[in-house]
Design a protein around this ligand. Structure first.
Ligand code: AMP
Length: 176
């Protein structure tokens, strides 16, 4: 598949939400029915033979393609959310952001040691969010972790920060 078609449909918004950031707007990728369908096919092709048992999506842009992939794979979807959103007992991991700290949570009964999971988010920048999500997986001792992004900002080299047992795949790459 020619992944350039996806790049053509991602809107780059300079200086959003603040000066110096090249914001990758994926709403333009999702709004076209044909492109959305191609995107669904592309991600499904990558994971269809990997024995995935759960797709885990990160709030909030991981909640768009995450459930689409889960439906294609015929497996369940599990959300990782910001603090205070999940109603039952949770595990939490904090991570450092440019200004201060943030945290992600997952329900304690969301996964089991029999699961093979693919963690999904829209974009890999510094990696802080996804690394915290991977630490959450340790509570469940899952069999295998795959990590998926639609977009990777390669020059930030965040993929080097992940454990070597974790398979990382991003469909679309930009320098920054
Ligand atoms: P990070 O934890 O630094 O890898 O940041 C990843 C999260 O921040 C993702 O959930 C993205 O939605 C968002 N994000 C970071 N940088 C950008 C960017 N340049 N364009 C769009 N979203 C971004």
């Amino acid at each position: 598949m020619d992944f350039e078609i996806f790049k053509k449909n991602i809107r780059n918004v300079p200086n959003f939400p603040k000066e110096g950031i090249q914001f990758k707007d994926v709403t333009t990728l999702f709004k076209d029915a044909k492109i959305l369908s191609l995107l669904s096919d592309a991600i499904y092709e990558e994971y269809k033979d990997k024995g995935i048992t759960k797709v885990v999506g990160i709030e909030s842009r991981g909640f768009i393609m995450g459930p689409i992939l889960a439906t294609r794979l015929n497996v369940g979807f599990v959300p990782i959310r910001k603090p205070g959103k999940l109603p039952c007992d949770v595990y939490e991991e904090t991570y450092e952001k440019e200004y201060g700290f943030d945290a992600v949570q997952i329900h304690k009964d969301a996964l089991s040691e029999n699961d093979v999971v693919v963690l999904h988010d829209d974009l890999l920048a510094t990696g802080g969010t996804m690394l915290a999500a991977c630490r959450l997986m340790k509570h469940f001792n899952v069999k295998k972790i795959y990590v998926n992004f639609l977009i990777e900002l390669e020059d930030l080299k965040a993929r080097e920060l992940f454990d070597e047992n974790i398979e990382i795949l991003s469909l679309i790459k930009y320098p920054i």
